[in-house]
Design a protein around this ligand. Structure first.
Ligand code: GTP
Ligand code: MG
Length: 167
C-alpha cells in the first residue's frame, strides 16, 4: 500500500457556460448554483484528484504551457443542447495536445462529458458524440447533469480510475 499519494492533475476544458465549474462543484461539494459566474483564469478543487477548472472564454490565451504540462487527464466538456460547444471539442483537444505536449498524444487519457441533459433539448445526438470519441481512439464518454447530479460521480470515478491505471 502506498500512502504517499500523488494528487493527479485533471484539467477541465470546454466552451464558456457548458458547466465545467458546476460539474466540479457537484462532484466535490454536492452544491449547484443556477447563477452563471464565468471563471477567470483557472481554479482548482481537490477530492482525491486535483481538478483544475479553466475559463471557457479565454481559450488558451491566459494559461501558460507550464499549466498544462504534467496533466494526467483532460476532460473535454460540451453542452448536449448546444451543438457549437460540441464542435469546439476538436479545437480544445488539438490545442491541449499542443500546449501540454504529452509523450504519447495518441493514447493520452481524454474523457468527454456532455452536460445539461436535464434540459431535454438536445441538439447533439449521443451517437454522434460516441462516433467522435471512437474516431479519437475510443475516448470514454458520459452524459451528465451537474444540476440534478446525474452521472457526475460516475464520470469522475471513471476519470480517477483512468489516471490510476496510467501510473
Ligand atoms: P466558464 O467558467 O465561463 O468557462 O463556464 P463554465 O463551463 O464553468 O459553466 P458554469 O459551470 O459556470 O455553468 C454555466 C451555467 O450553466 C450556470 O448558469 C449553471 O447554473 C448552468 N448549468 C451548469 N450545469 C448545468 C446542468 O447540468 N443543467 C442545467 N440546467 N444548467 C446547468
Ligand atoms: Mg467556470
Amino acid at each position: 500500500m502506498n500512502f504517499d499519494q500523488k494528487l493527479f492533475k485533471v484539467i477541465l476544458l470546454g466552451d464558456a457556460g457548458v458547466g465545467k465549474t458546476s460539474l466540479m462543484n457537484t462532484y466535490v461539494n454536492q452544491t449547484f448554483s443556477e447563477q452563471y459566474k464565468a471563471t477567470i483564469g483557472a481554479d482548482f478543487l481537490t477530492k482525491e484528484l486535483k481538478i483544475w477548472d479553466t475559463a471557457g472564454q479565454e481559450r488558451f490565451q491566459s494559461l501558460s504551457v507550464a499549466f498544462y504540462r504534467g496533466a494526467d487527464c483532460c476532460v473535454l466538456i460540451y453542452d448536449v443542447n448546444d451543438l457549437k460547444t460540441f464542435e469546439s471539442l476538436e479545437v480544445w483537444r488539438d490545442e491541449f495536445l499542443v500546449q501540454a505536449g504529452p509523450e504519447e498524444p495518441d493514447s493520452f487519457p481524454f474523457v468527454v462529458i456532455g452536460n445539461k441533459i436535464d434540459l431535454n433539448q438536445r441538439t447533439v445526438a449521443r451517437q454522434r458524440a460516441e462516433a467522435w470519441c471512437h474516431e479519437k481512439g475510443g475516448l470514454e464518454h458520459f452524459e451528465t447533469s451537474a444540476k440534478e447530479s446525474i452521472n457526475v460521480d460516475k464520470a469522475f470515478n471513471a476519470i480517477a480510475k483512468k489516471v490510476l491505471k496510467k501510473e
